[in-house]
Design a protein around this ligand. Structure first.
Ligand code: NI
Length: 172
């Protein structure tokens, strides 16, 4: 298990559409372990494989760690099979979009199908932070960031800020 560096925007890799996992094997489980380590090391509550540069449809999440307990979750090839018309607004942030937070509207409740780390098919009904986080992470699999849900003006301001921060980091 190891912590891998997290890619930050703007970076063309974050726009990639990730490929479905064909077989859930030990190699995939090693990748999942690295994703967990990388997420916890960065104090994140969710991470998609593409955020460490691997274009596979895998997510890890732990929305409980803020309360001191760990509740790691893994989603392989997740798909939303139902979404409520009712929406909910959360202030979102992203390990790949450092120092930026903004409110995003998404369906308040969803049902999602996915494979667990043993390759078993699962169905999850989610609401609240879990539903939002899952939708945010699933967006990553399609090359979408939460700032893509903001107004054009807010998005271009965010990209400007990210580009500037990246240049400063490279120079420093
Ligand atoms: Ni994110």
């Amino acid at each position: 298990m190891s912590v891998r560096p997290i890619i930050t925007a703007p970076d063309p890799r974050l726009k990639a559409v990730s490929e479905p996992v064909k077989t859930v094997d030990d190699e995939i489980r090693r990748l999942i372990d690295d994703m967990m380590d990388s997420m916890y090391a960065a104090d994140g509550i969710g991470l998609a494989a593409i955020q460490i540069g691997v274009p596979k449809r895998i997510l890890v999440m732990d929305i409980a760690q803020k309360d001191g307990a760990n509740e790691p979750r893994v989603f392989i090839n997740p798909q939303i099979v139902w979404a409520s018309e009712e929406t909910a607004t959360f202030e979102e942030g992203c390990l790949s979009v450092p120092e930026i937070w903004d409110e995003v509207d998404r369906p308040a409740r969803i049902k999602a199908e996915y494979l667990d780390r043993d390759g078993n098919k699962k169905l999850l009904e989610a609401d609240g932070l879990l539903a939002t986080c899952l939708q945010h992470e699933m967006d990553h699999l399609n090359g979408v960031l939460f700032i893509d849900h903001l107004s054009k003006l807010k998005r271009s301001m965010a990209i400007k800020k990210l580009t500037k921060a990246k240049k400063l980091k490279e120079a420093g």
